[in-house]
Design a protein around this ligand. Structure first.
Ligand code: HXC
Length: 259
């Protein structure tokens, strides 16, 4: 897969794809083309049976420093409406395979929102998260006020969104925004380790379980429990369920085929 602003390795490790945001001079500012490329790459990877988990990363200095301010500066609301970039973001959210954000350096504005759109976040000690839109006279627009609030609670989200302050990796961990913090030289390895663990599981069960956890984010408890139950029943339609349970009974490792 050839793109201008991202690098994609579908077989970075067995069953694991790596997507690297690649506008280093601009701290990976998310321009419209980069987001379209990301949407396209994720859709392609989602279709490939070999891929069981996807990692999105940047570089050591920046995961992404936000949407491209230079591209947005002269725009009016109707321009933004016509561009309809959130359709791209919604597509990313709909990716069926699990996505891990491996974050080092800045994850700001749209960059923090992109990390939060992923399913899990591994952070390097140097990661800095923030929603600094308020400092340039706007506010978060790609889920920042919603996902951040669900992740870190109202008072923490309010302070971050209303002051634009950055928080470090440890603080983000303590607030529940990231899974783990590791030394800078290890953040990608740690994400790969997590991806490998997930890739050993039944892809069908993983897909249904991801859907169900996301449902908890988006619905009330009764609706979520009902949805979970249906997906739970559905896992029993897979060969992987039979394989997983017979492997347990036979005291051996399961070999999940994704069917
Ligand atoms: C465009 C950006 C950028 C951005 C950095 N750059 N962030 N360009 N959009 N979001 C560019 C700079 O202009 C500069 O290029 C180069 O990257 C390096 O940045 P510096 O500012 O020189 O680096 P530094 O002094 O280390 O400061 C790093 C920084 C700062 C603290 C991350 O760059 C910064 O505050 N960036 C903006 C962060 C932000 O406000 N993000 C939210 C954007 S709005 P040149 O060529 O000029 O030297 C948003 C809304 C999302 O995300 C809505 C949904 C889509």
């Amino acid at each position: 897969m050839e793109f201008e602003f991202i690098l994609v390795q579908a077989a970075y490790a067995p069953h694991i794809a790596l997507v690297q945001l690649n506008r280093p001079k601009e701290l990976n500012a998310l321009n419209l083309q980069l987001m379209l490329e990301l949407k396209k790459a994720l859709a392609q990877l989602d279709e490939q049976d070999e891929v069981r988990c996807i990692i999105i990363t940047g570089n050591q200095q920046a995961f992404a420093a936000g949407a491209d301010i230079k591209q947005m500066e002269s725009k009016g609301p109707i321009d933004l409406l016509k561009i309809d970039q959130f359709e791209t973001w919604d597509q990313i959210r709909k990716t069926k395979k699990p996505i891990i954000a491996a974050v080092s350096g800045f994850a700001l504005g749209g960059g923090c929102e992109l990390a939060m759109t992923c399913d899990m976040i591994i952070a390097s000690e140097t990661a800095k998260f923030g929603q600094p839109e308020i400092k340039i006279g706007i506010m978060p627009g790609a889920g920042g006020t919603q996902r951040l609030t669900r992740a870190v609670g109202k008072v923490n989200a309010m302070e971050m969104v209303l002051t634009g302050k950055f928080i470090g990796a440890e603080e983000a961990k303590n607030m529940g925004l990231v899974n783990r913090v590791v030394p800078e030289e290890l953040y990608l390895d740690e994400a790969v380790k997590l991806a490998k663990e997930i890739a050993l599981m039944s892809p069908i069960a993983i897909r249904l379980a991801k859907e169900s956890v996301n449902k908890a984010f988006e619905s009330g408890l009764q609706e979520g429990l009902f949805f979970e139950r249906k997906n739970f029943y559905m896992t029993f339609a897979s060969n992987d369920q039979k394989e997983g349970m017979s492997a347990f009974v036979e005291k051996r490792r399961p070999d999940f085929k994704g069917n």
